[in-house]
Design a protein around this ligand. Structure first.
Ligand SMILES: [Zn+2]
Length: 183
């Protein structure tokens, strides 16, 4: 890759380190032209295997497009959606496979979306799991209730999965964004 300072294409690797989770490699590089130093991160390319048999590179924004649609009109912020994208990508990378069936991407969205907004979750699940009747909604809502009660007993109220932190949004930012972007 080009030096980000002078665009020279000759760079030298000074140091390589595997990230703690084993999912990426960081390389410290020096430009042979201007001698500036910079770091590159090498990650496995996730590929999505579509139902048609075609494959395409995993795209976080595209992966959560359906969830984004399901959140329309709901009090969900851009930060929270970015966080969801991060959670989905993390979950998929944790599977340790380079090629992921499209339905697996949908599955990875269900859990964090349920944490985020139950109405959006039901919308998404109704499309993704092809709900056919009100009874399907009722069954899913009954499950949500059971899980909510179980979670309340186990962890006490207000416990939510936090974002991995690689996205800029801290809790404080998300709150600020809520008041700024709704409406
Ligand atoms: Zn340079």
């Amino acid at each position: 890759m080009h030096c980000p300072f002078c665009r020279n294409s000759d760079t030298k690797v000074l140091d390589s380190r595997v990230a703690e989770d084993g999912g990426s490699i960081r390389r410290r590089r020096a430009c042979l032209g201007c001698e500036q130093r910079f770091t590159t991160v090498e990650q496995m390319q996730l590929t999505v295997l579509k139902r048609s048999g075609a494959t395409e590179p995993f795209n976080r924004e595209k992966a959560v497009a359906g969830a984004r649609k399901a959140c329309k009109g709901r009090p969900v912020t851009q930060d929270q959606l970015a966080c969801l994208g991060q959670q989905v990508e993390d979950a998929l990378r944790a599977l340790g496979s380079a090629e992921i069936p499209a339905h697996q991407v949908g599955l990875a969205i269900l859990t964090p979306l349920r944490e985020l907004d139950e109405v959006a979750y039901l919308r998404f699940a109704s499309v993704y799991r092809s709900f056919e009747s009100a009874a399907d909604f009722e069954a899913e809502i009954a499950l949500l209730r059971l899980d909510r009660e179980a979670a309340a007993l186990a962890a006490g109220p207000g416990s939510h999965a936090a974002c991995g932190g690689t996205v800029g949004g801290s809790g404080k930012d998300a709150e600020r964004a809520t008041s700024a972007t709704t409406g």
